[in-house]
Design a protein around this ligand. Sequence first.
Ligand code: UDP
Ligand code: MG
Length: 287
Amino acid sequence: MTHTVAIPEISVVIPVYNEEESLPLLAAEIHGALRPLGRPYEVIYVDDGSTDGTPGVLLELAREDPATRVIRQRRNSGQTAALDAGFRFARGAVVVTLDADLQNDPADIPRLLAAMDDGYDVVSGVRARRRDTWVRKASSRIANGVRNRLTHDKVTDVGCTLRACRIEPLRGIPMFTGMHRFLPTLLAMAGARKTEIPVNHRPRLHGQPKYNISNRLWRALADLFAVRWMRKRWIDRRLSEEIDVWHTRSGSSSDSSARPSSSAASSSSGSPPSAASGASSRGPSGT
Ligand code: UDP
Ligand code: MG
């Protein structure tokens, strides 16, 4: 539990499945990257039902540092479910995600956050020189191409988990197993402004990769058609706004008796003039 820690601005969310050897160095690198920024942050490890020493290592990390939290999935549920759990528990307005296996470099986080400060809702890393086998690189390249064509999007590297995102749009998109491969596309559908920056990538030194072509290809393809369908059927919530009935001039100047009278029941649902402007969407836009 975090006790006397400032409310974090930034929540770092890390899905973890059997990564015991990588965690101590990862934690040190994250603190090394974030502490100098002087902004309150928390680090949320989501243990996705690990069966190695991960739970013990995470407990230790959290006991050493009050800004570190551990969420545990009762059984292995997959990377997206772990990320989703992290998003639900996160308290920061901005979430940074990265893998636990040290392939992503926490030293890139300050640049992601700087791009967020330029007004973006999501900043995705693009692994400039990817340190994986050629089979993985080739299959990703094909997958990215097909995905972009079918979703009418332009995401250079969906496989890169290193990202920063405002929590609000994240909470407005549908979550499903496999969603992590479509996160920027779904966020864009929800109206998020997105950009990409090149990031470092390192070879996996410890633990096993959790995906291979056979467990990735068919599921990702099925998900792709689901996202394509979603794009067609998307409900654009930005189009809804509450009318400020007392300050809007239009034809019907008629009668105030139709309004909820100032009886007891109307006190909360009646007219919130000041809240209305703050809660309304950021103006007309989108399709
Ligand atoms: N992961 C997880 N649950 C799973 C599979 C993976 O939480 O069922 C985590 C894993 O520990 C790592 C991240 O998701 O932190 C990405 O996994 P991996 O490195 O194997 O994927 P790749 O780099 O090959 O895309
Ligand atoms: Mg990896």
